[in-house]
Design a protein around this ligand. Structure first.
Ligand code: ARG
Length: 598
């Protein structure tokens, strides 16, 4: 349905027309002086020059020509503003119309698109760390927003499952368990179906192996030991063998994948993040060679200092964009190559209209090169939108990238655990509550704390991960939003217990806070349209924070359950029901949910 602000602009337009003025500036805006009026129109000021007339005169003309059911208390004030309010009856009608529609009358995409969202991007066999948290949180929300707006959306995790880390793991395993058949080149039988390691072993193997390649000679922190050099060479050799189809290594790789993916699924599940595709870098390896050949024969790729590159710089570039490297001088494919092959595959599989990458903003240059190269070489067809949402770093209170107390990379699991424990303390400290119930609630609220803490910042900005702030029930936080929803749920339950009628109807607002809440709800439509066009979940956060605040003032100033006039009480109930439903829709788009109690 039309947004309220557009309806008001239409009403103004009629008056502008009748008064004989150009309607271009007949626009209603939310008042920046809410103490004076709810809405305003500054059109008369803009028209003064054209009509060589004092703006206040023009405003006066418009006022005398306005005849609207929606607009009331219209005043022309010096030097030429039009201040007005919305008719409370019409406002109530509008809210009832919103409430009658499952999506509150939000207008969806008229030409739905096929969109792939590339997010998450964890690296197999390496523990998930907080760096991957942002991609998962933001990507999930962007996915839900695009889907809600009627697009066909595919979320792809794009696993890092093909690099040196695989060679490192194989090398370390070979050292520990040389007797395994995977390392026996003469073995022709079937390989065991059971993996020769558990997830915890796997997670310990990778860091151990990685550390071994970095060992330096004592007293010198640059020169690697002979052992480190040898170990790294072996890992590279193992990676090469794996990538070239060694049977035993492929079988081991499958085990690594199965064990890791099962663990990743569990982790993403706790985050309420899920993917439609579990593809990865390995998925496209066979596409690389033909793609590179074509780039060469089409004359795009050429040799430069031994490497194969494609020029992607443009004349109007304000900074230097280096050529896009396709193959290293030793013939090895790169991160870039894989991303290009992935684009090719995605086109073949679903031919998307748009691909959105949610990745650390430090990879900005990588994506500029990949996008340009894909467009130039025809890997993507003309008109395919390639979109990079680069996010900032999650910092600790010291302003440096978030670390554990002992300075290590904080693992996602521990971070969530810390948050949940803090939530548990707060919830059990508030009132008497069954321990297992409190644990469940802490999980739900803890997730909201983390996600809201992240999403309420504009994605590109760095932000400080502050457990105390994020878990607070007051201020601009996830727990505050959930607390507000739970408060409404509890009023609705009590109303029901009191035998309140189901058949509630919204009446004209009588109090200022009641009207303010209604007005706030009507801002849902313009907000959603911006959040969608800008792919900006932080707009949803800012909106629901306002809704929660306005609701809480309404709640404190009106005695909903004690109201004696049943019709008025029913109207209050109707209003808070829709408030709750709007909040529930919004948090769902952000990727979290609300508990029944708290
Ligand atoms: N695995 C990569 C990393 O950890 C992120 C992948 C992002 N997606 C992509 N298509 N490049 O940095």
């Amino acid at each position: 349905m039309k947004s309220l602000i557009d309806i008001l602009s239409d009403e103004l337009r009629k008056a502008f027309e009748k008064a004989g003025y150009d309607t271009e500036y007949a626009k209603a805006t939310v008042s920046n002086r809410p103490d004076l009026c709810e809405f305003q129109c500054n059109g008369a000021m803009a028209l003064a020059k054209k009509y060589k007339k004092a703006p206040i005169m023009i405003a006066g003309d418009i006022k005398s020509n306005l005849d609207s059911e929606y607009i009331c208390d219209l005043e022309a004030v010096a030097p030429g503003f039009l201040n007005f309010n919305i008719n409370s009856g019409k406002l109530a009608e509008y809210i009832e119309l919103m409430a009658a529609d499952e999506s509150f009358g939000i207008e969806k995409e008229r030409e739905p698109k096929k969109i792939i969202i590339d997010y998450g991007g964890p690296n197999v066999a390496k523990p998930l760390h907080v760096g991957h948290l942002r991609s998962a949180i933001i990507g999930e929300s962007v996915k839900r927003i695009c889907r809600f707006m009627n697009n066909e959306v595919i979320g792809d995790i794009h696993l890092g499952d093909w690099g040196l880390q695989m060679g490192l793991i194989i090398t370390e395993l070979k050292l520990r368990k040389p007797e395994l058949p995977y390392f026996d080149e003469n073995y022709t039988g079937e390989y065991p179906s059971e993996a020769p390691f558990t997830i915890s072993e796997l997670e310990e193997i990778y860091p151990t192996a990685s550390k071994k390649t970095k060992e330096t000679v004592s007293g010198d922190d640059k020169t690697l030991t002979d052992a480190a050099v040898k170990y790294k060479a072996e890992a590279m050799e193992a990676t090469f063998k794996l990538q070239n189809g060694d049977r035993g290594y492929r079988a081991l790789w499958n085990h690594i994948m199965n064990v890791s993916v099962a663990d990743l699924k569990k982790n993403y599940d706790t985050l309420s993040v899920d993917f439609d595709w579990w593809k990865g870098e390995s998925t496209v390896q066979d596409d690389i060679e033909p793609m590179v050949e074509k780039m060469k024969s089409d004359g795009f790729a050429y040799e430069s200092e031994g490497a194969l590159v494609v020029d992607v710089a443009r004349e109007d570039d304000s900074k230097e964009i280096p050529p896009c490297m396709i193959l290293k001088s030793d013939g090895a494919a790169l991160y870039t190559t894989t991303d290009l092959a992935t684009l090719k595959q995605r086109r073949e599989l679903v031919d998307p209209d748009e691909i959105i990458y949610v990745v650390d903003k430090r990879q900005d240059m990588h994506f500029v090169q990949v996008f340009r190269c894909a467009e130039k070489t025809g890997i993507v067809k003309e008109g395919t939108k390639l979109n990079f949402i680069g996010f900032g770093t999650m910092n600790g209170k010291d302003g440096k990238p978030f670390k554990t107390r002992d300075g290590g990379v904080m693992r996602l699991e521990y971070l969530l655990k810390d948050i949940q424990e803090e939530m548990f303390k707060k919830i059990t400290g508030n009132h008497d509550i069954d321990e297992s119930e409190a644990k469940e609630i802490s999980k739900i609220v803890g997730l909201a704390a983390v996600k809201y803490g992240d999403l309420s910042n504009q994605a590109t900005k760095d932000y400080i991960f502050d457990i105390d702030k994020f878990t607070s029930f007051e201020g601009n936080t996830g727990p505050y939003i959930l607390y507000t929803i739970v408060r409404i749920k509890s009023i609705l339950n009590k109303y029901k217990e009191m035998g309140g009628s189901d058949n509630t109807k919204l009446l004209k607002a009588e109090s200022a806070t009641e009207k303010a809440l209604s007005l706030e709800l009507t801002k849902l439509h313009p907000m959603m349209s911006t959040a969608y066009s800008e792919l900006a979940p932080h707009k949803i956060c800012a909106y629901i924070y306002d809704v929660a605040n306005v609701f809480n003032s309404f709640y404190h100033e009106n005695r909903i359950l004690a109201e004696e006039n049943k019709d008025r009480q029913g109207s209050f109930i109707e209003l808070i029901k829709i408030t709750m439903n709007v909040l529930l829709l919004c948090i769902d788009l952000l990727g979290f949910s609300a508990p029944e109690h708290m």
